[in-house]
Design a protein around this ligand. Structure first.
Ligand SMILES: NC(=O)C1=CN([C@@H]2O[C@H](COP(=O)(O)OP(=O)(O)OC[C@H]3O[C@@H](n4cnc5c(N)ncnc54)[C@H](OP(=O)(O)O)[C@@H]3O)[C@@H](O)[C@H]2O)C=CC1
Ligand SMILES: CC(C)(CO)C(=O)C(=O)O
Length: 342
């Protein structure tokens, strides 16, 4: 057990769910969030976790960033990727000299965190469970899924094992890995597909099950895996996503089976749409597209791998964010056209 409370910086869908489970299990946890009404709800009437996995309400100590005092051994970062740098600037003075930040986010945030606080004060994490923030003190926990922890240098230390045990309180099948980058790149490939599902209002499962869209999911998976392989990453699969079938030269039957498995996996969640869709359709705000997906094109260019489908997808998401294109199949069709012609 850490000597100081664990801070969870960003107490929305992911951070809030984790915090409620940890607090219920007796861990010393403090949530930090910039939404003052949410902070007030969590520390007074409690954080209500709803949905098919489990329903309970848990009071959790919570602060706004301005209220945080002192230093902490463990800070779990769970803001959207585009908020990472600003959150790091706020939390850095509160991180103990021998403490660390754990990224419970999508994308390669560990690179940004390591630049800000140092490689040794950064721990990697991959989360694939589904949750939605519904309002102050209200989170839908839609489905259980993979949770993985590992050091960014591949070592396994006492602190990594201790964090793995904490994560197992939340997800009994949590994995301790020496290849966290393999999981993070796998999620980047799946994440690119999730961005494509957000081009329409159809559910994730409906998207993956539509044969007209298979060409897009196949191409996105292959582009990300080609970049990963060229960068020496050995990607790892999870929850229906099989990286090997998207590897350069792999036959189409394998990727079709993995896309069907993703349709099946997502048929069983109360979180029917991705967080990206929720940002666009419900929250009406910008998505994580640049730090999460745009970065793949940049990393691909560095190793000579072209990523035309990724580039088109980024453009289409920007067009929706800017109100220039609808969330509709006509927008998805533009990506199909790019994949068919390149
Ligand atoms: N939701 C899901 O099912 C999954 C999400 N992820 C990933 O997890 C990460 C977190 O996503 P999610 O939990 O859904 O996001 P949410 O928007 O639900 O939660 C993030 C919270 O952090 C707050 N916040 C933003 N900046 C700061 C700051 N500087 N200091 C304190 N609080 C801040 C946000 O406030 P505000 O709303 O005002 O910005 C919000 O309340 C993302 O990278 C996402 O892609 C991964 C797997 C599944
Ligand atoms: C769909 C999900 C929950 C992964 O399973 C996700 O990562 C997201 O909503 O962005």
């Amino acid at each position: 057990m850490a000597a100081s409370p664990i801070l969870i910086w960003g107490a929305g869908a992911i951070g809030g769910t984790l915090g409620a489970y940890w607090k219920r299990a007796g861990l010393d946890v403090v949530l930090v969030d910039q939404v003052a009404e949410h902070v007030e709800a969590c520390r007074t009437r409690g954080l209500a976790i709803t949905g098919p996995v489990e329903e309970f309400t848990q009071v959790v100590p919570a602060l706004t960033p301005a209220e945080v005092r002192g230093t902490f051994d463990i800070i779990v970062l769970a803001v959207k990727a585009q908020a990472t740098e600003a959150a790091l600037a706020q939390l850095k003075p509160h991180l103990a000299a021998d403490g660390y930040v754990l990224s419970a986010q999508n994308g390669l945030n560990e690179l940004t965190i390591a630049r800000a606080v140092g490689e040794d004060r950064t721990m990697g994490c991959f989360v694939n469970f589904g949750a939605d923030w519904h309002g102050p003190g209200e989170i839908l926990f839609g489905n259980r899924a993979a949770v993985v922890v590992g050091e960014i240098d591949g070592s396994i230390r006492e602190r990594t094992r201790a964090m793995h045990q904490r994560l197992a309180i939340f997800e009994p099948n949590a994995v301790l890995t020496d290849n966290i980058w393999g999981y993070l790149w796998g999620k980047l490939a799946y994440g690119a597909m999730l961005f494509a599902t957000a081009l329409t209002n159809d559910s994730m499962s409906e998207n993956f099950a539509d044969p007209r869209r298979t060409i897009v999911f196949d191409r996105l998976g292959r582009e990300v895996m080609a970049v990963a392989k060229a960068r020496g990453v050995v990607p790892i699969g999870f929850n229906g996503f099989d990286p090997e079938v998207f590897a350069p030269g792999a036959p189409p039957e394998g990727s079709a089976a993995s896309i069907a498995a993703l349709a099946e996996f997502n048929r069983h969640t109360a979180k029917t749409h991705s967080g990206i869709w929720r940002d666009l359709a419900v929250r009406k705000r910008k998505t994580e597209v640049d730090p999460q997906i745009g970065v793949i094109a940049t990393l691909g260019a560095e190793v000579g791998v072209a990523t035309p489908a990724i580039a088109k997808l980024v453009d289409l998401i920007h067009a929706i964010e800017d109100g220039e294109k609808p969330m509709a199949f006509s927008t998805f069709q533009k990506l199909i056209d790019t994949c068919a012609s390149t």
